[in-house]
Design a protein around this ligand. Structure first.
Ligand SMILES: Nc1ncnc2c1ncn2[C@@H]1O[C@H](COP(=O)(O)OP(=O)(O)OP(=O)(O)O)[C@@H](O)[C@H]1O
Length: 677
């Protein structure tokens, strides 16, 4: 059926322009391999598990000389009680409270090992239960030293200096989530869990901790540093038994490693108070291995259920790449996808595995999150005027980025957690560790900042025994960089979405449903303010890794013309254009300013001098990364901005940059044979 709309997309944009006028060691058999050190007094051990041999692996016994003779590798939580390894009050919280009976592979390996007190770095795919993997041994090891804490007392006598375990997380939301999980595990014991994050009121947290005491502290790095150095906080951990770094590779990369080093210096000397260190993540890039070694004892174990060469993402999550001819194709394509999935879900019979559409859409900049969220909020179905029903009704449309207050961030997380159907427009603040239930789709807009981030983002779906789907949209000019970053991942091209193929620069006859989608996005975009669009343009420009300035400028200009209906593209400040080497690039609309008018709509996770982190340290990068109170900027334009550190928020004001890899990089070797897309 062909359309109503005789004129094609080009004319849709003209409607806008009328309104807008400016510019194993395979442990194939749980065998252990030894990595000899130069002076092998103690050696680190690598435990790899081939997924195919899991059953076999988990049934084996350890036979390492360091092991307790006869130590059994258990795989049911109840067996931990039978073997006298873990207090029944902890196990009951998992089996009866949470309903988990069988351990996941990473849990089985790490719990069995960590109970013996060794330092561990564990790498396992996203959503495989790593949180319990470190919480359970951590809690048991506290109870081993203080059995009197094993059952609930009427009056707890905990103090602020009773901290036995500290868990560090790179983001506030993740810290909150871990604290909730830890409280569940401790629910039958007398252990007290507290959480300290940058966005929350320090005084209130301190008063609560002074009132209730603390045995397990979950914190973000900046706030933890702040508490440990504040002599009035009375927070101390003289008897610390365990330190956990969740998302360890993130905490040990350049953005956070100095904070972590400072925190470790503030903890009791390990030679005087022995403690266990546990590092967990789905990704452990080689670059951080040096720091991993220096953080752990020399005889640490590397429990790796993802081996080099294995697929790092879940095979059960189909991943598709959609190459679009214009950036203006992306929002209509997302809407088409959402409508299609809603349609499928509404026709599914009760036995079908089709889930309601509940998606997280990741953007590389705060400004683009804001723009997309506004557009989707403004959507109306055809012919209903201003008060028309939303085409995705009853979906929740939520936004999450580092410029929001902590209260709004928490509210957005909670609402998305509860939503049956919805879209969370997000920067990378939710990319790691967040366990939102029933996420059916993860959609990434543009190439991710790096391969690890792609893996963590995709990991928000297909968690536990759930299924899910991944989509990534890239502009043709971004394809080389996407191929370089995502080499070897099971991503296949997708050509099903009509809105992703249509040429918006020419008039055409279109199927009615496609025309309706384009008109809906067009009308909704028209209602979004100029500043937001300017900011989105500049953020996309400054964080782009396309390696081709002329190409990305052309794509952005086409977006502003055919997506927003602007005659002139937004201005790029002369200073910024100079710094980015854009002065001679055709199509750049150079303004007179030294920088850009879009401050405040940060690009990838922050920057703009807002390295203020959780504790509010001023910074110097603009165009940084950081953002969302989690990531710390290593921006493209270091030193170019003013320090605008804001207490309680780790840089999210920047408008540029990419985590340590700045824009316009070379696209890397192009070897078509290597890529399915
Ligand atoms: N043994 C288990 N059996 C079934 N479900 C489990 C088990 N352990 C944990 N889960 C559930 O699996 C989900 C994912 O767990 P968790 O968040 O710990 O994963 P993760 O490996 O830390 O993920 P990420 O790498 O994204 O941080 C949670 O909903 C959790 O309740």
């Amino acid at each position: 059926m062909l359309n109503v709309c005789k004129r094609g997309p080009a004319s849709i944009s003209r409607i806008f322009s009328a309104a807008v006028r400016t510019p194993s060691t395979k442990l194939s058999t749980l065998s252990l391999s030894f990595q000899n050190q130069a002076k092998p007094v103690l050696e680190a051990r690598w435990i790899h598990v081939s997924p195919l041999r899991r059953q076999e692996a988990t049934a084996q016994r350890y036979e390492h000389p360091h092991e307790r003779a006869g130590a059994v590798q258990v795989e049911k939580f109840d067996q931990l009680i039978e073997h006298g390894l873990v207090h029944s009050n902890i196990v009951r919280a998992i089996t009866e409270g949470m309903g988990h009976h069988t351990m996941t592979q990473v849990q089985s390996l790490t719990i069995n090992q960590a109970l013996q007190g060794t330092d561990i770095i564990a790498q396992a795919k996203t959503g495989t239960g790593k949180t319990i993997g470190f919480l359970l041994p951590l809690i048991q090891n506290i109870l081993k030293k203080s059995p009197e804490l094993a059952s609930r007392q009427r009056y707890s006598k905990a103090r602020t200096s009773d901290i036995r375990a500290i868990i560090i997380s790179p983001t506030r939301e993740l810290a909150e989530q871990i604290a909730v999980e830890a409280s569940k595990l401790c629910s039958n014991t007398d252990l007290v869990v507290q959480v300290a994050t940058g966005g929350n009121h320090k005084g209130m947290m301190l008063r609560k901790t002074q009132r209730e005491g603390c045995h397990i502290l979950v914190a973000t790095p900046g706030r933890l540093n702040d508490l440990l150095t504040d002599q009035y906080s009375r927070i101390s951990a003289p008897n610390l038994t365990t330190l956990v770094l969740d998302e360890a590779d993130r905490l040990l990369d350049q953005g956070f490693s100095k904070d972590i080093e400072d925190i470790i210096d503030l903890l009791p000397d390990r030679r005087e108070v022995d403690r266990q260190t546990l590092l967990f993540s789905a990704t452990v890039p080689r670059e951080v291995m040096g720091l991993v070694r220096s953080t752990l004892k020399p005889d640490f174990q590397f429990v790796q259920t993802v081996q080099e060469g294995d697929i790092a993402t879940h095979e059960k999550v189909p991943q598709k790449i959609i190459t679009v001819p214009g950036l203006e194709n992306i929002m209509p394509s997302v809407l088409e996808l959402a409508k299609r999935e809603n349609e499928k879900a509404s026709h599914a019979s009760p036995g079908d595995s089709v889930k309601p559409f509940k998606a997280i859409i990741y953007f590389n900049s705060t400004a683009n999150v804001i723009l997309a969220h506004e557009v989707f909020q403004n959507l109306k179905s055809d012919g209903r005027g201003l008060f028309g029903k939303h085409p995705l009704y009853p979906a929740e449309l939520l936004v999450m980025h580092g410029q929001l207050t902590q209260e709004r961030r928490t509210r957005a997380s909670e609402r998305f957690r509860k939503a049956k159907t919805g879209i969370l427009f997000s920067t990378d603040v939710t990319a790691r560790g967040m366990d939102f239930p029933n996420v059916s789709h993860v959609i990434q807009i543009g190439p991710p900042p790096n391969r690890e981030q792609y893996i963590h983002r995709i990991g928000r779906t297909g968690r536990g025994d759930q299924t899910g789907e991944g989509y990534i949209f890239v502009h043709t000019s971004e394809l080389p960089v996407a191929r370089r970053l995502l080499r070897g991942l099971p991503i296949t091209p997708d050509v099903d979405l009509e809105a992703a193929k249509v040429d918006m620069t020419t008039e055409a006859q279109l199927p009615a449903s496609l025309a309706a989608t384009l008109v809906q996005i067009g009308d909704a975009t028209k209602m979004v303010g100029r500043d937001i669009k300017n900011a989105a343009y500049l953020a996309y420009l400054t964080q782009s890794q396309a390696g081709n300035a002329a190409g990305i400028i052309a794509a952005l200009n086409q977006w502003s013309r055919y997506g927003w209906g602007w005659d002139q593209p937004p201005q790029v400040g002369a200073g910024l254009a100079r710094r980015m080497g854009l002065m001679r690039v055709p199509g750049v609309n150079i303004g007179s300013g030294g920088g850009s008018s879009s401050r405040g709509f940060g690009a990838r996770d922050g920057g703009f001098g807002d390295r203020g982190a959780e504790g509010g340290r001023g910074g110097r990068s603009f165009g940084g990364s950081g953002g969302f109170g989690d990531d710390r900027g290593r921006g493209r334009f270091q030193n170019a901005g003013r320090g605008e550190g804001r207490s309680g928020d780790r840089g999210d004001r920047g408008f540029g940059g990419d985590r340590g890899r700045g824009g316009f990089q070379r696209g890397g070797r192009r070897d078509e044979e290597d890529f399915p897309f």
